[in-house]
Design a protein around this ligand. Structure first.
Ligand SMILES: *Cc1c(COP(=O)(O)O)cnc(C)c1O
Length: 365
């Protein structure tokens, strides 16, 4: 027997299950399981990646000044209050690592992102899951879950895999009600997709008002750069100063920095992707409703299609897979009767809608 043992809690970590990307026997697949941008990265981002390649022998910037300046300009933020990480996952990791440890509790919600309990356990802390109400975050349930040991609360807004949005007034109530020594982390991985008629700033005003509120964003979803691994956070300066101490000096490559900066500056491409998503998202929801598959109103780049029960959801998933269409089962997120479907381009949306329609009509026949 080996005498080498890991730190307490590490063997309790369940390995993250990524969205599937292959189906046995299918050479070409339509992958709608990981909320990727069907149009890929901005052509300007691709050009920036190519232009950065000859300098790969050079170490990158340690302070990410140029990327932070671009993010700050676009979002109207103070660049000194920004931090960039290897995906927003890394920024979330800096937060749990810096502010939680053994004996501390980290709250996340029933259908919250599966990385939250993983990150809490990595830090030696205890993840505490609180209920949602009808696939919607419930602020009172979060507040009920707070104990003397709570140090951090994770809120995904809009939610994954629920696609629902907690209204700004409720997020504000949460920020105001939480004790000031507890960090509130607002994960805005899907913030770009929130409907323009909804009042929503991703949490900027709350970060500006409350020194214990942090927001994170990513290049992985709307910007089509999931493979690049870049995300960022916005917080009070003293929090950013803490996070920079646990951040590795060269966490982002010069290729990552240049590509993400070009993507951030290409507002026209982002606007195009968000508009296409909105169009096919609404089309898809209408098509599914017509065959008896309801979805909550989505504020993201995916929909959560609800079936009668887990068996029906799995049978529909099997039919889609037989056509090479991969969607995400979400039993692991506590919604076994649903399938999470990324909104594709027109062709992808038509293919998945036709599959579900055929499944429902076949089931009825
Ligand atoms: C995709 C996603 C992220 C982003 O992860 P990256 O590390 O930035 O790729 C964060 N939170 C949620 C809820 C997500 O769905």
């Amino acid at each position: 027997m080996t005498q080498i043992t890991p730190q307490p809690g590490i063997m309790d970590i369940a390995l993250y299950q990524a969205g599937k990307s292959h189906v046995a026997g299918q050479a070409r697949v339509l992958k709608l399981s990981a909320n990727e941008n069907p149009f890929g990265p901005s052509p300007k981002a691709i050009a920036a990646a190519q232009a950065a390649a000859p300098d790969l022998h050079r170490y990158p910037s340690t302070d990410h000044a140029s990327l932070r300046a671009a993010i700050a300009e676009v979002h109207g933020l103070d660049p000194d209050r920004l931090i960039c990480g290897v995906g927003s996952d890394e920024v979330l990791q800096f937060l749990t690592q810096s502010y939680t440890g053994p004996g501390d509790e980290v709250i996340y919600t029933e259908h919250g992102f599966s990385m939250y309990p993983i990150l809490a356990r990595q830090a030696g802390a205890t993840p505490v899951c609180v209920p949602e109400t009808e696939r919607q975050v419930d602020v009172d349930q979060i507040l009920n879950g707070v104990t003397d040991r709570t140090r951090l609360v994770f809120l995904t807004n809009p939610g994954n895999p629920t696609s629902t949005l907690l209204p700004e007034s409720e997020v504000a109530r949460l920020a105001e009600s939480l004790p000031k020594h507890i960090l509130l982390v607002i994960d805005g991985a899907y913030a770009e997709f929130v409907r323009p008629e909804v009042s929503f700033d991703g949490g900027v005003a709350l970060v500006n008002k409350h020194p214990n509120v942090v927001m994170t964003r990513t290049f992985s979803k709307a910007y089509g750069l999931g493979g690049l691994r870049v995300g960022w956070g916005y917080a009070a300066r003293d929090i950013i100063d803490v996070l920079n101490r646990v951040r590795q000096p060269f966490n982002l490559s010069n290729l990552s920095l240049a590509t993400a900066e070009a993507a951030m500056r290409d507002r026209e491409y982002l606007t195009f992707c968000v508009a296409e998503n909105a169009k096919w998202r609404d089309w898809l929801v209408t098509e599914l409703a017509a065959v008896g598959v309801p979805c909550d109103q989505s504020q993201t780049n995916f929909i959560l299609a609800r079936f009668a029960d887990q068996d029906e959801a799995e049978a529909c998933d099997a039919l889609l897979q037989s056509r090479g269409i991969i969607v995400r089962k979400v039993a692991g997120y506590g919604i076994p009767e649903a399938l999470r479907i990324t909104v594709g381009d027109e062709e992808g949306s038509r293919a998945v809608a036709a599959g579900i329609k055929d499944f429902k009509e076949g089931a009825r026949a």
